[in-house]
Design a protein around this ligand. Structure first.
Ligand code: ARG
Length: 430
């Protein structure tokens, strides 16, 4: 039976079509739905809409349901539309009329919003802990291999000396920028919509500041209409953050594929972390990083999917919004699994420490040599021309010495400063 039942049940086909994947996806919201209900009824009691005895038994029953949600036993039964209906049904089955009092002053529209905000807030924290793990791995690798040189490229042409310290460290620092978007999404999610009800508030004297505090939200979505409009907006903010992380990770995965190629030969992985070919007996392929690159590319379409799903929806609740869950839920899981896998692989990366002895990289040092001449008093343009002519005549011999000392260069990676930036961002999500 439906919460909104008025003596008829919808056609089976209608039900299947409209419920969609909710019975499965909503399981991830169960814990939060119950926490939201607990805060709501505490508030109802405080404004006299529930007596203390009813509150007590409702809280106990909700606590029991929460335990089943946490142990994975909670299910949404056949014929029940969503998590909100299931929790209310369980309460009514157990407590009879008392269970029927819980929904005063709210709607599933603000209820699902609360669930999503709480859920996404936790997901963002979880994502950020995965990011920090990879960040620390990259910084460690950067420190360990700070002195190992590798070619730097522009236009994918040999350009200037770089190092494994710079390469690993670059991705670490890049993740700090992405974390700014994770933090922004966190701030958007961390606002209380409860009490906006169907999207226009309620004639009950709800105490919205009280539920804000109980649910540990940073602030309220004050305007009831704005609260409802945050459905889709919150998911979109999270999607931007995920897409930013995916873009960084996808680029790293691409670098790894390139650097593992025999024509580069900069890095390798132990055999058991590579994959083979059904026809070519010698192959040790980077399938892990290819799948990672593919997944990260797909994740970058998530903000677009959300934009298209919500484009031109007027204000207020629409059932279309339910489909946001199908898009954003798998994305939060997928980005974490990509980060996990990347961290696992990088623990096992092997570095070629002798790349630059190959003469095809000699031209990496032209700028070093120009600068040396300039430092000894020759005007830069003359020094440039002198080395340029040596290259032109095929007479250039690199000195192969690298003296980079400024902040963020081969000789001065500033990994400590970068770690500090990361700490500052993460601190704001506690
Ligand atoms: N499953 C619904 C969703 O995710 C819950 C809200 C239903 N509200 C409604 N008015 N039908 O949006």
């Amino acid at each position: 039976m439906k919460l909104w039942s008025k003596g008829f049940e919808p056609d089976k086909m209608i039900e299947e079509f409209t419920v969609g994947s909710d019975r499965e996806l909503d399981l991830r919201l169960a814990k939060y739905d119950i926490e939201g209900s607990m805060a709501h009824i505490r508030m109802l009691e405080s404004i006299g809409l529930l007596n203390a005895d009813d509150l007590k038994i409702l809280l106990e029953a909700l606590e029991e349901i929460k335990a089943t949600a946490e142990s994975g036993e909670f299910v949404i039964e056949e014929g029940i539309e969503d998590v909100h209906s299931q929790v209310e049904l369980l309460l009514i089955r157990k407590l009879g009329d008392v269970g029927k009092k819980i929904h005063s002053g709210r709607s599933r529209n603000d209820q699902v919003l609360v669930d999503l905000k709480l859920f996404l807030r936790d997901e963002l924290k979880n994502i950020s802990s995965h990011v920090v793990t990879l960040f620390e791995r990259l910084q460690k690798l950067s420190d360990e291999h700070a002195g190992v040189l590798m070619p730097g490229y522009t236009h994918l042409q040999v350009a200037m000396p770089s190092s494994f310290g710079l390469w690993f460290g670059a991705y670490a620092e890049s993740l700090v920028d992405d974390m700014q978007l994770v933090l922004a999404a966190y701030k958007v999610a961390n606002q209380n919509p409860l009490g906006s009800a169907a999207g226009y508030g309620s004639s009950f004297p709800l105490n919205r500041r009280m539920t804000t505090e109980l649910l540990n939200f940073g602030n309220l979505h004050f305007n009831a209409v704005a609260a409802q409009m945050s459905r889709g907006k919150t998911e979109r903010a999270v999607a931007y953050a995920i897409a930013a992380l995916a873009s960084t990770l996808g680029k790293l995965a691409m670098d790894v594929c390139l650097f593992m190629c025999q024509n580069f030969g900069f890095i390798t992985f132990p055999d058991e972390l590579t994959t083979g070919s059904s026809i070519m007996p010698h192959k040790k392929n980077p399938d892990v990083f290819e799948i990672m690159r593919g997944k990260c590319n797909r994740l970058q379409s998530v903000p677009n999917e959300i934009a298209l799903l919500t484009a031109n929806l007027p204000l207020g609740y629409h059932r279309d919004l339910q489909l946001l869950k199908d898009i954003i839920f798998p994305a939060t899981t997928e980005i974490c699994s990509c980060f996990d896998m990347c961290d696992f692989m990088l623990q096992n990366i092997r570095i070629n420490t002798d790349i630059l002895s190959d003469s095809k990289y000699d031209y990496l040092f032209t700028v070093e040599d120009v600068n040396r001449l300039a430092l000894s008093g020759k005007p830069f343009r003359d020094a440039y021309r002198e080395v340029g002519m040596q290259v032109q005549r095929g007479e250039y011999k690199p000195t192969k010495e690298v003296h980079h000392t400024h902040e963020g260069s081969i000789g001065n990676l500033c990994n400590g400063d970068i770690a500090e930036k990361m700490r500052e961002v993460v601190e704001q999500m506690k």
